[in-house]
Design a protein around this ligand. Structure first.
Ligand SMILES: C[S@@+](CC[C@H](N)C(=O)[O-])C[C@H]1O[C@@H](n2cnc3c(N)ncnc32)[C@H](O)[C@@H]1O
Length: 270
C-alpha cells in the first residue's frame, strides 16, 4: 500500500508484520522510516477499519511480566477485547502479556483434554489457556497462577466475562510460593512461558498424576528439534527426579531468526 509513497529501500525497512489485538494494532516501525509514520497509519486504517489505537513497539518484550514497551502513535485507549475460539479476553498490551499468535496452540491443548481432568496453568497471564480449555473441553477444574497483579485482575475479569467461574480458579502470586499450598495432583500441567519454564521444573514434584501430561514450552534452533531438544528436556526433568517420556515436539511460532518457540508434550512416567 505504500508503493509510490516510500522508496524501495524504505519499503524494505518497513516491517510488514504487525499484530491486531482486538481493535489495537501493535507495529514495529524502525527509526529509519519513522518519517513515513503518518502514511503507515493511513494504510493500516484503510485496511483495518475497526482499529482504534496503534502502538509502535519501542522496546522488546522484557522483564518478569514479559511486556514490550510501546508508544501510542494513533488513538488513546489501549484496553481492548479480543475474541478467540468463542471466548472474549479483556487485555491491555501495554500492561500485560497477550499474544494472538498462540491461539492455535491454545485450541490444540484444549482438544487434548479429556472429560474430568484437573488442570494447572502456570504463568497464566490474562487467562487465555485456562479459559479456552474450560470453554472447549470438559475439565473438572482449571487452576491458573499469575504473578503480574494487572494480568491477574484481567484474568479474574475474563473468567467472569466468559462465565467459567465454576471451572476456573485464579491464584495471584508466584508459582514457587503458591503451588506447594495447592492440595492434590493434576492430570495436566501447562508451563507456557518459554523463558522461565526450566527454572520451575522442580515445583512439579508430587503435583502430577501418574501418566499425566506436561506441556513444556521452550526456545530452540530448528536443528535441535529431533534429537537434541527431547534429550535435553528429559535430562532437565531427570535432574529433578522426574521421569518423563517425550510424546510430541512441535514448533509453535518463531522467536528470532532461526530460533523457534517449541512445545514438548511430556508423559509423566514416575
Ligand atoms: C510469556 S507470558 C505468558 C502468559 C500466558 N500464558 C499467555 O500465553 O498469554 C508469562 C507470564 O508469566 C508470568 N510470571 C512470571 N513469573 C511468574 C511466576 N514466578 N509465577 C507466576 N507467574 C509468573 C508473567 O507475569 C507473564 O504474565
Amino acid at each position: 500500500m505504500l508503493k509510490g509513497i516510500a522508496s524501495d529501500e524504505e519499503l524494505n525497512k518497513i516491517r510488514r508484520s504487525f499484530e491486531i489485538i482486538g481493535d489495537v494494532v501493535t507495529i514495529d516501525i524502525p527509526d529509519e522510516v519513522i518519517h513515513l509514520k503518518d502514511e503507515i497509519i493511513k494504510a493500516i486504517l484503510k485496511k483495518h477499519k475497526r482499529v482504534k489505537t496503534i502502538l509502535r513497539k519501542i522496546g522488546e518484550v522484557n522483564g518478569v511480566f514479559r511486556i514490550a514497551k510501546y508508544e501510542i502513535i494513533y488513538g488513546s485507549e489501549t484496553e481492548t477485547i479480543v475474541k478467540e475460539h468463542g471466548c472474549r479476553f479483556l487485555v491491555d498490551p501495554t500492561k500485560v502479556y497477550y499474544s494472538v499468535k498462540l491461539s492455535g496452540e491454545r485450541e490444540r491443548i484444549a482438544r487434548l483434554v479429556k472429560e474430568g481432568e484437573r488442570i494447572l496453568v502456570m504463568f497464566a497471564g490474562v487467562g487465555p489457556y485456562a479459559i479456552v480449555i474450560a470453554k472447549l473441553a470438559k475439565p473438572s477444574e482449571v487452576i491458573g497462577i499469575e504473578l503480574n497483579p494487572k494480568a491477574a485482575e484481567y484474568f479474574r475479569e475474563n473468567v467472569r466475562l466468559n462465565k467459567v467461574e465454576d471451572k476456573v480458579k485464579v491464584y495471584e502470586g508466584d508459582v514457587r510460593k503458591l503451588l506447594p499450598s495447592i492440595e492434590g495432583k493434576f492430570d495436566r500441567i501447562l508451563m507456557p512461558s518459554p523463558y522461565i519454564a526450566e527454572n520451575f521444573i522442580s515445583t512439579l514434584k508430587g503435583k502430577i498424576e501418574k501418566e499425566g501430561m506436561i506441556h513444556y514450552y521452550t526456545f530452540a534452533g530448528k536443528e535441535e528439534e529431533n534429537e537434541i531438544l527431547p534429550k535435553k528436556v528429559m535430562g532437565l526433568f531427570k535432574e529433578q527426579g522426574i521421569d518423563v517420556k517425550v510424546e510430541n515436539v512441535k514448533a509453535c511460532g518463531n522467536y528470532a531468526p532461526y530460533i523457534y518457540r517449541y512445545v514438548l508434550d511430556l508423559r509423566f512416567v514416575d
